[in-house]
Design a protein around this ligand. Sequence first.
Ligand code: FES
Length: 126
Amino acid sequence: MEYTEKVMDHFLNPRNVRKIEDANAIAEVGNATCGDIIKLYLKITADGIIEDISFQTFGCGAAIATSSMTTEMVKGKHIDEAISLTREQVADELGGLPANKMHCSNLAADALHKAIKEYKAKNGLK
Ligand code: FES
């Protein structure tokens, strides 16, 4: 399977690539096999809405495209909804990923889950 046009678009023009200086949730996740790394920044409001989200990914094209798509899919959502986002949903939204590249979408989804879990723990939320 080739990369879809949507994957290529998010790889070549990734959305939300920057550092959020006043982020209140940050997570870094690496893939031990390929060495690729994502750093995800979230700005979460007091009532749990993801007001802003950005990423910096040092990785393959699929990792960059899925990171970009992940930020678009959860921006404006409540953290309780965002935490249930799966890598399959991200890949589906991109029109699919080649089977040998599915693991690349773990990076963004895992970083999102980690950031929200840590944010909840830090703020005494369940
Ligand atoms: S090859 Fe490492 S995340 Fe894709």
